[in-house]
Ligand binder design. Structure first.
Ligand code: UDX
Length: 417
């Protein structure tokens, strides 16, 4: 495994759990040292146990140098970061560097597997960077959600393998045999497109949900009932149908922009996806406008509950909470924030405190941005005492609206008045 981020580390530890011998390499020496001691730096349910199991069984090890990892490997997984570059396209410098680095050490007959989310055509790019015509390069995209990556790997809805040579595809499929999930074998371009199309569709579903919530507010409907009834249609499905402050994370914002960029480079104007992105940016503004409709933001303090991009993770990359905080600060508001899993953010103006009531100290309005369960159990009387005026914008629809109204709060949810 080249790269030990949440994709590489999860994939490596799970493959070891399935009985394979796995060597993980990372350029971060401190990270490798910590992993060698079984100290897992990321919040993933069940991952630390699997890493420890792998270390004890001897099936999992960590090294700094890719050359050591590649040695006599039958499969070399590339799990390096593929971040978004300025113009929305994908920055592939880490992928090219990793491919060039392993080229001299990979043994004849081994297979290179692109696990990172990479644009269509990246298997060709890795082949060129390796310059080893004897080595097959395949696509095996990941469908891991942060916080549930181990479960998503061991019990996936499907395994997708993109390879030109059926025999090569079968060898990669064999790695996953004991998982027992449906295996879809296709060509590399289709496999790479499946990954982007899946994420783009999920983002589209969420932007639709959030815009239907705005329609519900306008016409006086309740988005909870509307979506519940919609979700009973099996073609729609009840999952991923919860309105919020907008979607974020390390994948959706990157992957939606990447598929637009890829399509345009190939001559197709993906205007639908631009609309999906626009609706998401508008959602952040809608949350702030709700706060502004309750109080004059300039000079006021806003309590922000939640910084992570979703509950169950400490990841604030492209977090809607931070988008909202940035807009509040731009309106001249002061922001006091609390998140059970996040202690610091890199926006200095946000005052991060270590309990939800401290965040409400002197606040004119309270905004809930992340759906942590503990926010459902807040002591509303303590909240009321701490605040200078009682206004709530519940961007996750998780607070008890009646309990708030009975205490004299104004309440604004998403799609529910
Ligand atoms: C996503 C895809 O789900 C996963 O398959 C892919 O491999 C990586 O990207 P992740 O980014 O970890 O996973 O988060 P996800 O759970 O999909 O949530 C993405 C965003 O949508 C979050 O901001 C979340 O709060 C939001 N969301 C999700 C909603 O607003 N409503 C929902 O019903 C579900």
């Amino acid at each position: 495994m080249i790269g030990t981020g949440y994709v590489g580390l999860t994939t490596g530890a799970c493959f070891a759990h399935l009985g394979h011998d796995v060597v993980c390499a990372d350029i971060d020496v401190d990270k490798v040292r910590r992993l060698q001691k079984g100290d897992v730096p990321i919040h993933e349910a069940g991952l630390e146990e699997l890493v420890r199991e792998g270390l004890e069984s001897g099936r999992l090890s960590f090294v700094v140098d890719s050359a050591d990892a590649v040695g006599d490997a039958d499969f070399v997984y590339l799990c390096v970061p593929t971040p978004q570059s300025g113009d929305g396209s994908v920055d592939l410098k880490h992928l090219k560097a990793a491919a060039a680095e392993i080229s001299a050490h990979i043994r004849h007959g081994a297979i290179v597997v692109n696990k990172s989310t990479v644009p269509v055509g990246s298997t060709l790019l890795v082949e060129e960077a390796m310059n080893r015509p004897d080595i097959a390069v395949v696509s095996n995209p990941e469908f891991l959600r942060e916080g549930t990556a181990v479960t998503d790997f061991l019990s996936p809805d499907r395994v997708v393998i993109g390879a030109d040579d059926p025999a090569v595809a079968d060898r990669v499929a064999d790695l996953h045999r004991s998982i027992g999930a449906p295996v879809m074998i296709t060509d590399p371009a289709s496999a790479e497109t499946i990954k982007y199309a899946a994420n783009a569709f999920l983002a589209t579903k969420l932007s639709f949900v959030n815009t239907i919530a705005a329609v519900c507010e306008a016409v006086g409907a309740d988005v909870g009932d509307v979506l519940a009834a919609m979700g009973l249609d099996k073609r729609i499905g009840g999952e991923f149908l919860v309105p919020g402050p907008g979607w974020g994370g390390s994948c959706f914002p990157k992957d939606t922009r990447a598929i637009i960029s890829m399509a345009e480079d190939a001559g197709y104007d993906f205007s639908l996806m631009r609309g999906v992105l626009k609706a998401n940016d508008e959602q952040f503004k809608r949350v702030v406008n709700k706060a502004a409709s309750a109080v004059s933001l300039n000079g006021s303090t806003v309590a922000l509950l939640g910084l992570a991009f979703k509950a169950g993770t400490d990841d604030t990359r492209n977090s809607p909470a931070l988008e909202i905080a940035g807009l509040l600060l731009a309106e001249g508001a002061k922001v006091r924030a609390y998140d059970p899993a996040v202690a610091t953010v890199d926006i200095d103006e946000i005052v991060v405190v270590d309990d939800p009531y401290a965040a409400c100290e002197g606040a004119a309005v309270l905004v809930v941005a992340t759906e942590w369960d503990e926010f459902r159990l807040l002591d509303l009387d303590k909240i009321s005492e701490a605040m200078v005026s009682r206004h709530v914008v519940d961007a996750r629809n998780i607070l008890d609206r009646e309990a708030l109204l009975s205490r004299g709060f104004t309440y604004q949810g998403i799609g529910r008045n």
